[in-house]
Design a protein around this ligand. Sequence first.
Ligand code: FDA
Length: 398
Amino acid sequence: MTASVSSYDVLVIGAGAAGLMCAIEAGKRGRRVAVLDHAERAGKKILISGGGRCNFTNLHCRAENFLSENPHFAKSALARYTPRDFLSLVEKHGIAYHEKKLGQLFCDHSAQQIVDLLLHECAEANVTLHLRTQVNQVRHSGGFELDTITPQGPVTFHAPALVIATGGLSIPRMGATGFGYDVARQFGLRVIEPRPALVPLVLGEAGQRDWCQLSGLSAEVIASTSTPGAQRARFQEKMLLTHRGLSGPAVLQISSYWRPGASLTLDLAPRANITAPLLAQPQRDISKARAALREHLPQRLADRLITLAPPSSFSNRALEAWEEHLHHYRFTPTGTEGYEKAEVTAGGVDTAELSAKTMESRIPGLYFIGEVVDVTGHLGGFNFQWAWASGAAAGRAV
Ligand code: FDA
């Protein structure tokens, strides 16, 4: 069967958050845009995001909320498409929303409303959507040619501009692929080794024996990591014990900074002075230490700590050392739960290959946006804000 040929001004591969935003902005400028995706529906990750309510942005979005080999790269796009810009779209579509905490905005009802918003805006901007479309080959000869298999048969798409918005490797069962990295490598662009991020951490055998019976238990901690050479970070939020290790927002956040071999430090009782009541008493013993700990931690966690890490004695010096230990408690994870459980993929197309203003690579006409780029947000709506901002930057330039 010979392929039919379809020509556009802009081809976008990936009908996720970044790809759809790019298509809207380019379409509004009168560009003829086609979005291609192998999935049967657009915006699948948006639908499962934020527990089905989509944490679609964060009001306090700053460059510090992103990891990248170049921490300055995201600034330009983030400044030119802000959380308020996306919020005005949400309000234009009459979508009810609320701030859950720390500037995190969620839909009151359903993430489907965000997908509907994007599809509605795409239709208004005359964007053509080709779902269930497999891209087999990307060729570059003047413009870009894509050999595809669509539900109607083989089609060769042609355009002078190609935008790669295929996301990262997280959640392969939802159709995540390394396609974007392969295209970057095909064109000789550097890819920073992708790795799972915002992901639960796994403890070794001994750690699991010590802690995992407490699976389901959570406590507010400050998590930090001492990975040599990596960006420093600390997060005060909940930690959750799981049947294989550690999770909860504090651990998910720090997991993006953690590297194999490094340890995690947890302050198990932020700002608390656990031993003060003990030091004030002349009679001190293990049951008083347990009671002091139970004042600040869930009972079962306090009891486990007393078993695993009791004070070495009840002298002032030993209690002070114990206090210090509880504020700098170390875990050494053996790994992560991997892409199956990772909310995002860190690493990706090296920002040194891209224009911070337009997302165009050093191959003229070839753009990369969203999660496929080496810009990874913290938990809390930052990854979508990057998808909107990088998508808008490319959409205004293509
Ligand atoms: P995205 O992954 O959204 O889209 C990529 C598209 O490319 C997909 O439609 C895919 O089918 C398509 N594709 C991939 N390979 C292809 C190929 N070879 N050929 C054709 N098409 C291909 N973030 C946030 O800010 N707030 C939140 O509440 C959440 N919640 C959340 C929950 C869960 C469970 C996950 C897994 C992730 C989140 N995130 C999040 C992260 C957020 O979903 C993510 O960062 C963005 O969706 C990234 O947008 P992109 O458009 O870059 O990729």
